[in-house]
Design a protein around this ligand. Sequence first.
Ligand code: FNR
Length: 386
Amino acid sequence: MAQLLNVEDYRRRARSALPRLVFDYIDGGAEDERCMQRNRDALEALPLIPECLRDTSKVDIGIELFGRRWRAPFGIAPIGLAGLVRPRADALLAAAAQAAGVPFILSTASNTRIEDVRNAAPDAALWMQLYVMGERSIAERIVRRARNAGFEALVLTVDVPVSGLRERDLRHGFRVPMRLTPGTVLDMARHPAWLLRLAGGGMPQFANLLPDEDDGAPVSAQTQAALLSRAMDRTLTWDSLGWLRRLWDGPLLVKGLLGAEDARRALRHGADGIVVSNHGGRQLDAAPATIAALPAMLDAVGGRIPVLVDSGMRRGSDIVKALALGASAALVGRAPVYGLACGGEQGALSVLQLLAQETERTMTLLGASRVGELGRRHVEIHAPRS
Ligand code: FNR
């Protein structure tokens, strides 16, 4: 993988390695993909201002968050249906996160069982992402299993009351139920391994939504239909945080917030952290870039709980920009999945290492030897007046 120098190189390689339907599912966004572009444009438009002649003989990019040391200031965001890319994708990503010393967030819509992900990464900081779909007992069961498997934090995703309109997926006929176009089937035929999986019934299932053998409780036909179409429980409100709080005594984060008022609501309802996210541009296409929304969110929270951010991070310098504005950490979604598509667990790990190296080099160029030394002076051309 010597010639893969940056995340965009991995993305291009992933594009040729995957059937177009799978690549577009990972790579695509909602509607006109303006939000996706806005994330990139806003990050690129934000310059970093170096401070020179500072001792950077040792640069430490590690952070401490929720009682854990992270070797780099980012974790892997939850990715549903990652199993389309590779069998056991969730377990491979978790193992890569363990090797890189960063957290991995397992999606509710994952294709590997919670317990199997833990076995694949026994020492990793694993977090569980929660979608509430169908009967509440399904979410309760997921939370219980995550706790028993030693998952350390629960992340409630709140920006999907309904799935964003992903037009690339619709064009391929990638929807529930699947209605593949002839072009898509032809394209898949060029990827025999993937076709074999399809023929062998090895297509990924939602491994954690349906009850485990030992869980017993039957799922109603109505709920099964809701799960298949990924229909969310739209009766969920801020008060539902209390319900989760009773089930989960570890850190509880809310992911998918973009407005300062929602940041304050999360605080009031007892969240232990928030993730400023527009779902990588896959939900509300008119949503703001997260790096643009971040300062107001940080001001609203006022340092009382950690604020994480994701969407569009492709370079270590993007992560440094978020940290300089005041984020506690960043999450990366597609980047490690491009790595996974190119080279399995090792490919995902290579992307994480690449981002860590870029983060370290950027901090060195800024004259910051610890993450705590980054500040808004690194992103503000005009010095703040106070
Ligand atoms: C996602 N994301 C996501 N988020 C979540 O909370 N639960 C999920 O199941 C998924 N599934 C998912 C699938 C795919 C293919 C993508 C690309 C994204 C959103 C994800 O956690 C994260 O917010 C974004 O991916 C961040 O943007 P970047 O880093 O991909 O640009």
